[in-house]
Write a protein that binds this ligand. Sequence first.
Ligand SMILES: Cc1cc2nc3c(=O)[nH]c(=O)nc-3n(C[C@H](O)[C@H](O)[C@H](O)COP(=O)(O)O)c2cc1C
Length: 331
Amino acid sequence: MIDLSTEYLGIKLSNPLVPSSSPLTGELDSAMKLEDAGASALVLPSLFEEAIEYEQQQLERFVNSQSLGHYEALSYQPIPEEYSSELDRYLERIQQFKSALDIPVIASLNGISTSGWIETGKELQQAGADAIELNVYYIAGDPTISGEEVENRYLQLLADLRGHISLPVTMKLSSQFSCVANMVHKLERAGARGVSLFNRFYQPDIDLETLQIKPHLELSSSMESLLRIRWIALIRDRVDLSIAATGGFHHTEDIIKGLLAGADIIHLCSALMKNGPEHIAVLKRELQDWLEENEYSSVAQMKGSVSRSCAINPAALEHSNYMHIIKSYSL
Ligand SMILES: Cc1cc2nc3c(=O)[nH]c(=O)nc-3n(C[C@H](O)[C@H](O)[C@H](O)COP(=O)(O)O)c2cc1C
């Protein structure tokens, strides 16, 4: 029997297939289907900093307008006991998932400022989350902000959180750093237990009718996995933290390549949104078949075997290959 188990953020998982944040991981019904189909853990949809801030502003406005209208307002101000905030609902969801599922549940925080996250992190820990994924979705469009400042935001946020919670923290990163490998290394030193490579930025489009910029979300394609596979293969033996591959992992072949490059787990989102939660069972079976056919006894044995230090031609991961590739293209 092939051993599919893997270790991620210090947690032993039964296999490397982990649904990443998406609407599918936010509802208990679909989360249970994911677990039944073989998901070995899941990441909840993110708790967004701006959603919490917006809610607080609305609440303050509501309270203030009440107190302007009634001189005895304090006794009327209905911050009802049953009032449930975005954070309350998130914590309830963790508790509900933890009691209904056997697999680890990873909470996800999405934001760029450190202010609120320390308290929030402690509450996520108390609610029973097994780990926290920090998604710092930051578009550095201000030309006065340097790369170093951007990196320091990530590092500061991580260090603040790590100082107050004992849960493992993993960082979901974009590929848009000058030195991805160095950034991962710095995060490791700042206490990250893992990185998730790479976040997808959704590219807004321009509506030619209205000339407005319009948000645009398209599910990924398998081609996008190649960027992740390359970077994971490049850094696998240079860092000592867990690596999750996210972005473009649709087919069993993509998953196998991600593991060969050195990923500890493969996150799935678009593939499950397209094919439904049950699709994990197909991917898991095909992964198992491939390992068997290729005479591997475990995922651990194949993991990283085509990473930079083990690949037959590691130069192909780096620049030297560029010239040969463009010259080999024939019209
Ligand atoms: C509808 C939708 C909702 C998502 N919600 C979140 C989220 O709340 N937090 C997050 O970090 N990523 C979120 N993601 C990103 C996915 O977790 C994943 O990283 C990304 O889609 C790339 O993986 P894929 O190619 O398998 O789709 C979302 C993606 C989609 C399509």
